[in-house]
Design a protein around this ligand. Structure first.
Ligand code: DGT
Ligand code: CA
Ligand code: CA
Length: 364
């Protein structure tokens, strides 16, 4: 088998670090970046916290009020609202540097990416770790951000390795060190293994990756289903063959069509819209994304444009929900429509990664 060299790059405490870059006086303080809910007060959750705040137990996902309690003794603790536009801008700058150092660049989310660098480092691990160090230096010099990088022959091990030593880590796992690296680790380091599977393993008295290796593939398949069972069986052995696939950062998926005839008839338009939704949904699903905002777009017969969109309560990847909302928007848009429509489009924005264990093998 030809051997590849894959990087996983993950920015450290990303939102909170962006805030530190903007306001360097925050660096010495505990910082929590919060999604305040519209109920007001301290209701809402912490999106992320810097490492000073984490020492006190403030971290992603906990209620803001808990974080405040845990940080009570730190009078200098700072709680800031999220500013996604600013984080996106920071991310774009850093990703530009990263992209220029990759043979194949795969964007995963605002704060992480996979790179295949096999060609440019001539499949040599020493060259690879030099390259990684250069990327880290360059992102630090130009954007003032720190990141952690994992290097190995595949995406799975590199992802685990980037998380191994944080912040500002660089972890290289050469092919002959894979077993030694993985075996002592807790099984939850494997992407897709959540609290639920961890608990099941723990009931069988299995804690580390080494422990899981005692299970044969039939037992795992019986316990987790064939797809997930096989994934886990391979993962604990460091086997994961999905290649790094070219993928750019994206803020929307959309599809627009010219109608067979200009029209303002709801029935005719909604049939076309339903089909468009299906096409957009296929692409979104293939890219493992969820969306939170849905929009429709008209090019009218006089070539003027009209659009309408709405924000959902929660991110979704459900086709039905997309179609339902899009046709609802269509109905509203047609309410006082005088001119006919020539082209019809649908788009989804506010994208996020699909997370959780709904399909473990779709994790990457
Ligand atoms: P780390 O561990 O140094 O990589 O820390 P982060 O904060 O970069 O954590 P990571 O890579 O898991 O997530 C990247 C960003 O995603 C993070 O800055 C905020 C956001 N995020 C992560 N977990 C949550 C969560 O539970 N809720 C919300 N709203 N956002 C989250
Ligand atoms: Ca991160
Ligand atoms: Ca991340």
């Amino acid at each position: 088998m030809e051997t590849r060299i894959v990087f996983h790059i993950d920015f450290d405490y990303f939102y909170a670090q962006c805030e530190e870059v903007r306001s360097p006086e925050l660096r010495s303080k505990p910082v929590c970046v919060c999604v305040f809910s519209d109920r007001g007060g301290d209701s809402g959750a912490v999106a992320t916290a810097n490492y000073t705040a984490r020492k006190y137990g403030a971290k992603s996902g906990i209620p803001i009020s808990f974080a405040k309690k845990r940080l009570e003794e730190r009078k200098d603790a700072v709680f800031l609202p999220v500013d996604f536009d600013y984080y996106t801008e920071m991310s774009e700058k850093a990703m530009e540097i990263i992209k220029n150092n990759a043979d194949i660049f795969e964007y995963v989310g605002r704060d992480e990416a996979y790179l295949d660098v096999t060609k440019r480092v001539e499949a040599n691990y020493k060259n690879a770790s030099h390259l990684a160090q250069q990327i880290k230096n360059s992102i630090r010099d130009k954007i003032k951000l720190s990141c952690s990088i994992g290097i190995s022959p595949n995406k799975l091990i590199s992802k685990i390795a980037s998380d191994f030593k944080k912040p500002d880590g660089l972890t290289v796992v050469e092919p002959n060190k894979i077993d030694a690296f993985l075996e002592p680790l807790k099984i939850r380091v494997i992407p897709g293994i959540g609290k639920k599977s961890e608990k099941r393993f723990s009931e069988m008295n299995l804690e580390t990756i080494q422990d899981i290796k005692k299970l044969d593939v039939f037992t795992l398949n019986k316990e987790f289903g064939r797809k997930s069972g096989t994934y886990i069986y391979n993962a604990v052995r460091g086997i994961y063959n999905e290649p790094v696939k070219e993928r750019e950062a994206r803020i929307q998926y959309s599809k627009i069509m010219t109608l067979k005839k200009d029209s303002k008839d709801y029935q005719f338009l909604s049939e076309n819209l339903t089909e468009l939704c299906k096409e957009v949904h296929d692409v979104v699903k293939k890219n493992n994304r969820m969306f939170k905002s849905i929009g429709i777009h008209f090019v009218q017969s006089d070539l003027s444009n009209k659009s309408k969109s709405r924000m959902l309560r929660n991110p979704t990847l459900n086709l039905n929900e997309l179609q339902k909302n899009a046709t609802q928007l269509l109905k509203e848009a047609l309410e006082n429509q005088t001119i006919t429509i020539r082209r019809l489009g649908v788009k989804v924005t506010e994208l996020s990664e699909v997370q959780g264990q709904s399909d473990i093998t779709n994790y990457f």
